[in-house]
Design a protein around this ligand. Structure first.
Ligand SMILES: [Zn+2]
Length: 235
């Protein structure tokens, strides 16, 4: 009985810690109550980067202060109320991110921030180091789509993160020297383009909860899928 009484506070502390972690993970802690400073797009080495990105999810005022030039050209768009699991909240329209064109009619604020950081801190330096040219445009295959997950029998009944503008499918990159790099043509290659793709794909796991590509399944043979949903998977 005494042992049980001694364990009770430990158990309570564990439950509290788990609940707090879940709240940060889901972006439920308002910035004014958070001990973490707001996300700064200039610093991708900040502690608890994922929690700082998550904090943008429901906070449109914070989103407006964080999504700034020169890292991203973004403006707020009106919410679209969720209907049958589709719609968006606290999304932005973008024209550029990390110094590259990135046209998006609506993308969730945390995804926009994650993309800007990934392009500025990883895609651009790796493009210059490996390919000798900057990236001028991100070629993507879509962001918002009111649909379920495709390519997995188990996940088929569930809404995709695309249904809430919380995902992007990246097909490739246009470079300043006029060349292009596509996931479809170069992922399996050992040349510079292939090395560049593998390097930036690996780096993406720092910013996105899910980062999957051609090695995941055949449905992703021609693109990287990035999202900031509740699950973590980097393959
Ligand atoms: Zn996708």
């Amino acid at each position: 009985m005494a042992r049980r009484r001694r364990l009770a506070p430990v158990l309570l502390a564990c439950i509290l810690a788990a609940a707090l972690t879940a709240a940060f993970w889901l972006g439920l802690i308002p910035q004014r109550f958070s001990p973490l400073a707001p996300l700064d797009l200039a610093h991708n080495d900040a502690w608890f980067l994922d929690f700082r990105l998550a904090a943008l999810r429901a906070d449109s005022a914070l989103c407006q202060t964080v999504l700034k030039e020169p890292f991203i050209a973004a403006s707020a768009v009106s919410d679209q109320a969720y209907k049958s699991g589709c719609g968006w909240h606290n999304a932005v329209r973008t024209t550029a991110a990390g110094g590259a064109r990135l046209p998006a009619s609506q993308i969730s604020c945390p995804m926009a921030a994650a993309l800007a950081m990934w392009i500025a801190h990883d895609v651009q330096p790796e493009a210059e180091r490996i390919l000798g040219s900057k990236v001028v445009a991100i070629r993507h295959m879509g962001i918002y789509a009111c649909r379920n997950i495709v390519g997995s029998h188990v996940m088929k009944p569930f809404r995709s993160q695309h249904a809430t503008a919380n995902a992007i499918d990246i097909a490739g990159f246009a470079l300043a020297d006029g060349s292009t790099v596509t996931v479809l043509n170069s992922w399996k290659s050992d040349d510079a383009k292939g090395r560049f793709l593998k390097s930036v794909k690996k780096a993406s796991c720092r910013y996105f909860r899910v980062s999957i590509g051609p090695d995941f399944n055949a449905a992703h043979a021609n693109h990287f899928h990035f999202d900031r949903g509740a699950f973590k998977s980097c393959r």
